[in-house]
Design a protein around this ligand. Sequence first.
Ligand code: ATP
Length: 270
Amino acid sequence: MGGTGLALEVTDLSAGYGPVHALRRVSLTVPEGSVVTVLGGNGAGKSTLLRAVSRTLSFHGGAVTSGTVALGGRPIGGLTPDRVVAAGVCQVPEGRQVFARMTVEDNLRAGALGARGDRKARASALRRVHELFPVLADRSRQRAGLLSGGEQQMLAVGRALMASPRLLLLDEPSLGLAPLMAARIADTIREINAQGTTVLLVEQNAALALRLADRAYVLEVGEVALSGPAAELAASDEVRRRYLGVVDEDAAAPDAVVAHPVLSGWEETR
Ligand code: ATP
């Protein structure tokens, strides 16, 4: 994907839906081969960011108002969504969107439409999906609507992999899943990345995402509030308190000395 070493580079991106400003001057980079996560609560702008990258904002009544998105060093401002897929970027949207009345097999086949590559590439993509998610092979003739929530999430990820993306965009894959199933999805994301696919993972589940990612960005009301290596963010007191739900016992003591958050090792970007 180009010679910049960056699968994705978002620079000063602003986007919104009519009068609603959803992203303000967001910049981030996703190095080739890495897992980068974008954290943030409801309405922070995470889905909007992925839609800007996949060029699907207009389907939701939104638009990029300024800034650029580049894939492998090439700006994608003029590309249609199908050209973005052809350029090797696939998005798994929020909410396990599978074709409920179609079989598992046909859902996967639909994922290969418009993708790069020939029959052979599709066959090897299907082998990869079946190895990652054996249940999708076992249940290939069943209607997707009959799968459990976790299995539908596997199918949604599998469908995106059918296009053999270089960059996989995942929108809250753990949403609504029991902890064990969320952990299985996380393991699979790690494996997908180890096989050479770059991953941009949007998550509210900071604990899960920080375990997976190399680097993390925290979005707050459309702006990057924090960013840094995932391990350092996970270890920082402020992130632990605000995003990982860890109670700070000292701060709860009646005569506690108010400590300044230690921001060492990662950038305070606001
Ligand atoms: P969530 O985790 O709840 O999905 P998010 O971080 O993905 O949140 P976005 O969905 O990107 O956040 O929303 C960012 C802002 O844009 C919010 O204020 C939201 O209300 C608004 N927004 C999102 N989609 C639309 C839309 N289709 N039309 C109008 N406003 C929208």
